[in-house]
Design a binder for this molecule. Structure first.
Ligand code: 6PG
Length: 251
């Protein structure tokens, strides 16, 4: 099914522009609500250009970085200087350019040899740092990429943590990648004020077609977000190229 909040951009640059406009609005909303902005970054390659754009004029001024707490939706179980580290990607693209504003960065300790301990420690970080609601720790914004297999964060198909409802952060071994991962769980995603799913490029066209235009999608983790009122989908035209339904241009 096609989600209610769908924004289609002509290309990745336009997509990033629209996403930054939304982030600036969410920042103002959060500052008015509780005097801070709690943002969870996605890993992967899709958001790299977004982070690079946010690190440069004029978009560097769109968010008051000194009021920002920046987290990660997931992390690979590697040291922070490892080429696969989501922290390393975000540090290179963004953090190293905004350090003068002293944002608060909450890194997942992927270097720990005990992934379950790293997950527990990050859950404590969320408990202590995030604004609390009746549903528990609440992000202002969670950015998510979308894997070709329909995973979001490190919530992969058939993963044991897909149905984790008690922990806010969990560790899982991903057979296909032969890698441990640490991820926020669906309750945390579903209780965030805003979730933005970003998908761009031809490589995401098939999964977008499956999610938006086929029925048997319960095995696709991202399918759980299609009906979530707090979730908006931000795609470029390439990711929508297999859709048969009319595409609505981004506002
Ligand atoms: C990660 C991400 C993951 C990513 C998707 C899409 O740690 O890799 O959190 O969920 O967003 O795999 O990745 P790409 O943007 O590279 O296609």
């Amino acid at each position: 099914m096609i989600p209610d909040q769908l924004h289609i951009a002509n290309n990745l640059d336009d997509l990033n522009r629209v996403v930054i406009n939304h982030l600036a609005g969410y920042f103002a909303e959060a500052m008015a609500a509780h005097g801070g902005f709690h943002l969870a970054l996605s890993g992967g390659t899709t958001p790299q250009s977004l982070y690079q754009r946010l690190s440069q004029e004029p978009d560097i001024a769109r968010l008051g970085w000194q009021h920002c707490h920046i987290y990660f939706g997931d992390e690979r179980c590697v040291p922070p200087d490892h080429p696969d580290s989501n922290f390393r990607m975000a540090d290179t693209a963004l953090f190293s350019h905004i350090s003068r504003y002293r944002p608060t960065i909450h890194r997942i300790a992927g270097e720990l040899t005990d992934p379950a301990l790293a997950a527990r420690l990050y859950a404590e970080t969320l408990q202590h740092s995030l604004p609390a609601t009746e549903h528990g720790p609440c992000f202002d914004v969670v950015l998510l990429g979308l894997g070709p297999d329909g995973h979001v964060a490190s919530l992969f198909p058939s993963s044991a943590i897909l149905h984790e409802n008690n922990k806010s952060v969990a560790a899982c071994y991903v057979e296909r990648l032969a890698r441990w991962r640490i991820s926020i769980t669906f309750p945390v995603i579903c209780h965030a004020r805003h979730v933005m799913v970003l998908a761009a490029g031809d490589g995401k066209a098939e999964i977008i077609r499956q999610l938006f235009e086929t029925d048997d999608i319960r095995h696709l983790p991202a399918s759980r977000l299609l009906t979530q009122p707090n979730v908006s989908w931000h795609l470029d035209r390439a990711a929508c190229r297999l859709l048969t339904s009319p595409m609505r241009p981004a506002r």
